[in-house]
Design a protein around this ligand. Structure first.
Ligand SMILES: [Zn+2]
Length: 304
């Protein structure tokens, strides 16, 4: 694939080796040219006049949650970039004096208009700040934890247990059988939308095993060969989507109604038609924001 999928491909150098350098971090936090990206209740600050991130200066730290950051996103040139959580504000746009200039936008909606570089930066910031918001207390002893290493570690104030940000792997697979592919839909989705089956990888499972188990559970189809396609960060809240093409070894679909409203085979011609004209033939697939779109398109457009 030529271009990274949406939410991947950040232009920042994550500067992982500098996170433990407390004096360097303190110097970057204080610099006037360091950039701070405000998030309010996981929504990101975007300029009103054009679809660009509305970076703030160090002054914004006065409004930020001291127990959730700031989080170092990375460095571009020699300028450090941080995410800050201003969720404690009640009316953030007014309190920050931003009326008319910028507003806080839900990240999926923002990603639809932001550049690929900006969307990737937002994904990192949203996932990190969400993790901090959910991990203020130690999972071992229940006491408060404190931010360390520029936001990449929380350490218990009482028992010294260390807690690191997590990413949850999810398999998402296009199940193919000759000229047909298997897609499903959940009852809560928009009417007529069908997508690739997906599910979380469980403990002690390989990617291939998770693909076979999920397809068997959700649709009753046996899968043989599994081939990796591409991956996509999905910060809602902390997934990594691992896209695969899976080859079916059985035909009869048995839908798990607890998970899916429907699952069925579509021909390549039906998929190509719905890609060209969403809704044609009574179905459409997810938009290009999602890896499912690229997985389905790649299979449909491949030489058969
Ligand atoms: Zn503890």
């Amino acid at each position: 694939m030529a271009k990274p999928l949406v939410f991947a491909g950040s232009p920042l150098d994550r500067a992982g080796l500098r996170r433990r350098d407390a004096s360097w971090i303190a110097a970057q936090l204080a610099r006037e040219d360091s950039r701070f990206l405000p998030f309010w209740r996981l929504n990101v600050l975007v300029k009103t006049a054009k679809p660009e991130l509305a970076w703030a200066t160090s002054d914004i730290r006065a409004a930020s949650e001291p127990r959730t950051g700031p989080v170092l996103l990375g460095v571009r040139g020699d300028v450090a970039h941080f995410a800050v959580d201003v969720s404690a504000l009640v009316d953030p746009v007014a309190e920050l004096g931003l009326a008319g200039a910028a507003s806080f936008v839900e990240v999926r909606a923002a990603a639809a208009t932001l550049s690929a570089d900006d969307a990737a930066i937002v994904a990192q910031g949203r996932q990190m700040l969400d993790w901090h918001a959910r991990h203020r207390f130690c999972a071992v002893c229940g006491h408060a934890t404190s931010v360390k290493e520029a936001g990449y570690l929380r350490e218990c104030d009482e028992c010294d247990a260390q807690h690191f940000p997590r990413t949850d792997p999810v398999v998402i697979m296009l199940v193919a059988s000759g000229d047909r592919c298997l897609l499903g839909r959940q009852a809560a989705w928009p009417a007529q939308m069908y997508s690739a089956l997906a599910g979380f990888i469980e403990a002690g499972e390989s990617i291939e095993e998770a693909v076979r188990r999920e397809v068997a559970e959700e649709a009753g189809i046996a899968v043989g060969d599994v081939r990796y396609f591409a991956s996509q960060p999905w910060p809602f809240p902390s997934s990594l989507m691992i896209g695969c093409i899976a080859h079916a070894e059985s035909e009869a679909v048995t839908v798990d109604k607890a998970e899916l409203e429907d699952a069925r085979w579509f021909t390549r011609a039906e998929i190509l038609r719905s890609l060209a004209q969403p809704g044609a033939g009574g179905m459409f697939v997810p938009p290009p924001l999602a890896i499912a779109h690229h997985l389905i398109r790649a299979w449909a457009e491949a030489e058969s």
